[in-house]
Write a protein that binds this ligand. Structure first.
Ligand code: KIV
Length: 274
């Protein structure tokens, strides 16, 4: 007998249907505990390959592997019940051919139970997006600043500031929208460009440094919590928990050194007294 979960998890078609409606809320998460905390508040959780930089201290996302994405994708699925979980395909695991992309995407979906994958790139990935979408893989696209291309871009700077490059990014978004992407992340582009993309493409756009013109927003959780060393300028900090963690650890260390650490005898004494 199968036991149905009481909570229905959102799906890629649910997110697709939100175009032009209530703004879509999303954050990254790489762990069961943070997934549990954000799940009631977000529509989708992205297991981003930013985990290489945020969790592992890598300089870029390029070294991230499929195995790393699967391990953290499984953790996020265990910690969440309601939000759609989207897992990034890491650099080198999908660009070679549509067949390579399908092999990686199907492994990620089977081994994590996530509901969709995300991949970076516009026109050059359109054939692959169509190949995947036609074969049952919901694809979230990602245009504008694509961090996996850091070695050809040279730096993580905003793009599409002049007319020619803005046109290329618009063409990228159109190409993957036409190919069947159910949603598109638009990273580090100007408001007029984000607005034009959002008005022209059918799937909802998700901005990260992409202005309020998008259909939804995403941030890296650790960036908005004040836990990251390097934070893009567009990120609003909603908390600053890094210093609180430092203070808590310093208080703990002081207690241990003073032998003031509450051991079992304190618990038993408190129980007796209470
Ligand atoms: O890897 C990631 O976290 C991302 C978001 C920044 C959109 O791609």
């Amino acid at each position: 007998m199968s036991i149905q979960s009481a909570v229905r998890r959102l799906t890629a078609p649910d997110i697709r249907a939100r175009k032009g409606g209530e703004p879509i809320v999303s954050l990254t998460s790489y762990h069961a505990h943070t997934a549990r905390l954000i799940d009631p508040h977000v529509d989708f959780i992205l297991v981003g390959d930013s985990l290489g930089m945020v969790m592992h201290g890598m300089e870029t996302t390029v070294p991230v592997t499929v195995d790393m994405m699967i391990l953290q994708g499984q953790a996020v699925m265990r910690g969440s019940a309601r939000a759609l979980v989207v897992v990034d395909l890491p650099f080198g695991s999908y660009e070679g051919s549509p067949q390579q992309a399908f092999a990686t995407a199907s492994r990620v979906l089977k081994e994590t139970g996530a509901g969709a994958i995300k991949l970076e790139g516009g026109r050059r990935m359109a054939e692959t997006v169509r190949f995947l979408a036609d074969r049952g893989v919901p694809v979230m696209g990602h245009v504008g600043l694509t961090p996996q291309a850091i070695n050809t871009l040279g730096s993580f700077k905003a793009l599409g500031r002049d007319e020619a490059s803005a046109k290329l990014i618009l063409d990228d978004a159109r190409a993957i929208a036409d190919a069947g992407a159910f949603s598109i992340v638009v990273e580090a582009v100007s408001e007029p460009l984000a607005r034009q993309i959002t008005e022209e493409v059918a799937p909802p756009t998700i901005g990260i440094g992409g202005s309020v013109a998008c259909d939804g927003q995403i941030l890296v959780l650790e960036d908005m919590l004040g836990l990251s060393d390097r934070v893009p300028r567009f990120v609003k900090k909603y908390a600053d928990i890094g210093p609180s963690i430092g203070q808590a650890v310093a208080d703990y260390a002081a207690d241990v050194r003073k032998r003031a650490f509450p051991g079992p005898e304190h618990v038993y004494a408190a129980k007796k007294a209470g």
